[in-house]
Ligand binder design. Structure first.
Ligand code: BGC
Length: 724
């Protein structure tokens, strides 16, 4: 991208204080169009003549900054006047916040040392056709802003009474230019406002707000106060066993808000940070915390702009709450990159979590643009040898990939292609997909399998030996199974792109043979799941039979972790165990999807028992209450329970197969999906001793009712079958 504006920074060091840049300019003639192109090293908020420019919160978003930095373009025609004042405030954002969770001390120090840089270009087109440009250069002024501190993990401090004494100089510096790209992703925006559900005093005597819903965003405060008074808030997700405020699970993230008031009526919301929270402890308030009223606080949910496309509902209120929690989990973790969680000291684009959840993500919302940008960062961060980082943007600088995490490189583009039918994503990612597969080939200890290396295994599987987070499934088994799957997806993608895939087809055959030889028996639920779902078992039915037997033997419980869980119900229902799949879905006791719901969850938990049956927390160090990965089960509800499926030959729901699978324990279930070809809906309900199916398809469909297939055109249909 061509860029001729300078990069500027404050001439003096402001420490933690966020700088505000200022440029005054005059429009000599009538303006027909004004467009501001802008980006920063950090996050920025631009204000032109008192009005905020655009709705993008935390712009320029998060990319692999060393390779790609997005430039936004805003139409500001309505905001320009004859005399103009442009202010741009910069926070540390992801560019400069030292992530407390994983970064090594030298890296943190390095990030701390990065400077707050701004580059911007305002193009004024006059009605006579002439164009004038106002660009960042040393004529811009700079001052300390009222934001005294702001950082992604630790929160924000704002002094409303602060007025800069003087405007100081700026200096030009050699900021990034070769890496500038136009905005690719969705904008992060304020999406919803959530009122206080309850303001109460805890047994420990603290004043706490409950918003009734875990959200990602921030609290807006409105109050009447005097200069010098302060509001201080701490954020948390859950209350502890005694009903007290708790946020030890945020680990190194302080997640604080400190606001110094000015005189009079005022309102404020953080501008350069975000928090994941349901509860807020009022640590300071004018006159004391007891003076705080519910109307002083509103939670503002912030996430990437995504159009809602999928809806699920049924006769079971607990299951409906789970569906709702899954959607909230997506909202809370789709803040420019798909994150593991929005609250503690990491909030990173963990690849393993993203690949587990992506199919559900694509059903709930239109996430094509969101993932296209993230996958471009993945390709940019991929090493020459094909290594894919554990997180994207890869700020952890790991040198080895983990199976199932790195496999996001193939699973995610394929899922996006199937959901939206647009081969562009495959074109863009194909090189990255192939390189990923060759990474495995060059990093395995055994040809045609993936053995050795350092992996996350079946992360958080319940069959984990004491003292580890990794389930008992053999790591080499997982790595080799995903290797086969990855090669299969490269073949499929290659075929869509009319590439020659002979080499990969031959490789796949060899992997399959080696896999069958190396792993003639399956030792865990996840091993059975992978063998059947990836069609690696010589007899997939036998693998599924074994899975069903294992589930029943351990008390009809799942034991799968991040790797096995997304496919568990698919394998059961796909091989004649629909009844058992529903039993697991509807189970209310630990471990199950509904257990957290019975414990009051409003998002999906990292652990099935984040809060255990006795009320204790699972742990302090790894206990997020907003981790979307296990929400992957919604995909089964859309695709199997309601039965809405795109067909591989007609991706993007250009043609569909609708094969509903009712279960008597529910009276009705309904799914609706807004596709690029129109809205599909599938509903089944009990009616006078029969199942009644109501199906609407905007495209040609193959409807399967009770094993019988009906080829239909676009339209609405009603079928009946016996209640079995
Ligand atoms: C994250 C996970 C992630 C994992 C890697 C955790 O800290 O929260 O969701 O996938 O690390 O095993």
């Amino acid at each position: 991208m061509e860029w001729d504006a300078k990069w500027i920074r404050p001439a003096a060091d402001y420490g933690d204080v966020c700088p505000v840049f200022q440029k005054n300019f005059t429009c000599q003639k009538r303006v027909s169009s004004a467009r501001l192109r802008i980006t920063a090293t950090g996050v920025y908020e631009a204000v032109l003549n008192g009005s905020r420019v655009g709705e993008f919160v935390l712009a320029p978003g998060w990319t692999s900054y060393e390779k790609r930095l997005q430039v936004q373009e805003y139409d500001v025609t309505e905001l320009v006047q004859e005399q103009n004042e442009l202010h741009v405030t910069l926070g540390k954002g992801w560019y400069r916040s030292p992530m407390p969770g994983w970064l090594w001390p030298e890296r943190k120090a390095q990030l701390d040392g990065y400077c707050a840089g701004l580059t911007a270009q305002l193009a004024l087109t006059y009605t006579d056709g002439t164009v004038e440009t106002v660009s960042t250069d040393e004529s811009w002024k700079c001052a300390e802003s009222p934001i005294r501190f702001s950082e992604i993990y630790n929160g924000e401090t704002f002094d409303a009474a602060f007025v800069p004494e003087s405007w100081n100089g700026t200096e030009a510096f050699a900021g990034p230019t070769a890496t500038l790209i136009s905005q690719e992703g969705e904008e992060i925006r304020e999406q919803e406002r959530v009122s206080v559900a309850r303001l109460f005093t805890t047994p420990a005597g603290e004043t706490v707000i409950d918003f009734g819903q875990e959200v990602t965003g921030y609290v807006e405060i409105s109050l009447c106060a005097k200069a010098g008074e302060a509001v201080e808030l701490s954020h948390g997700e859950v209350l502890d066993q005694q009903g007290n405020f708790y946020n030890a699970n945020y680990r190194g993230a302080k997640a604080k808000l400190l606001y110094f008031c000015k005189d009079g009526q005022q309102s404020y919301k953080p501008k350069m940070t975000f928090y994941g929270f349901r509860y807020v402890r009022i640590d300071q308030f004018p006159g004391g915390a007891a003076q705080a009223k519910p109307e002083n606080f509103t939670a503002v949910a912030v996430h990437s702009q995504m159009e809602r496309t999928g809806w699920l509902s049924c006769s079971d209120p607990l299951l409906n709450k789970l569906f709702d929690n899954i959607v909230w989990g997506q909202k809370g973790n789709f803040l420019d990159v798909p994150t593991d969680c929005p609250q503690r000291d990491e909030r990173l684009g963990w690849t393993g979590d993203a690949q587990a959840f992506i199919r559900t993500a694509c059903l709930n919302y239109d996430v094509e643009k969101f993932f296209t940008k993230w996958l471009a960062d993945m390709a940019a961060d991929q090493w020459e040898d094909g290594m894919i980082g554990h997180v994207i943007p890869n700020i952890l600088n790991n040198e080895e990939s983990s199976a199932a995490w790195g496999d996001a490189a193939v699973i995610c583009p394929w899922a996006i292609y199937l959901a939206y039918g647009n081969p562009d994503i495959l074109k863009k990612q194909y090189a990255c997909m192939k390189k990923w597969v060759s990474y495995i080939a060059t990093h395995t200890a055994t040809p045609n399998l993936w053995t050795g290396g350092v992996h996350y295994g079946d992360w958080l599987g319940l069959d984990a030996p004491v003292g580890t987070y990794k389930g008992s499934t053999r790591e080499d088994f997982i790595a080799s199974a995903f290797y086969a799957h990855a090669v299969k997806l490269v073949i499929k993608a290659g075929k869509v792109l009319s590439e020659d895939v002979a080499e990969y087809t031959a490789l796949y055959d060899k992997i399959l043979e080696a896999f069958r030889q190396a792993y003639p028996v399956y030792e865990t639920q996840t091993e059975c799941v992978l063998a059947a779902y990836f069609e690696l078992a010589p007899d997939c039915q036998a693998a599924a039979d074994q899975l069903a037997a294992m589930v029943k033997e351990c008390g009809t419980k799942l034991q799968t972790g991040f790797v096995g869980t997304p496919y568990l119900l698919h394998v059961l229902s796909g091989y004649g165990y629909a009844d058992l799949a529903y039993t697991l879905l509807l189970r209310r006791e630990y471990p199950s999807w509904l257990y957290p719901v019975t414990k009051g969850a409003t998002t999906v938990w990292e652990h099935w028992d984040g809060i255990m049956e006795n009320g204790d927390f699972w742990s302090t160090d790894m206990n997020s209450f907003n981790h979307y990965a296990y929400g992957a089960v919604a995909d089964w509800v859309y695709c199997v329970a309601a039965g809405i499926n795109t067909q591989e030959e007609f991706p993007g729901y250009e043609r569909v197969k609708i094969a509903p699978l009712p279960d008597k324990r529910l009276d009705w279930l309904e799914a609706a999906l807004q596709t690029r070809h129109g809205k599909i809906s599938s509903r089944w309900s009990k009616q006078e001793g029969q199942w009644r199916y109501e199906i609407t398809t905007p495209v040609e469909a193959c409807i399967v009712i009770d094993g019988r297939e009906y080829a239909v055109g676009a339209g609405s249909y009603v079928f009946y079958s016996g209640l079995r």
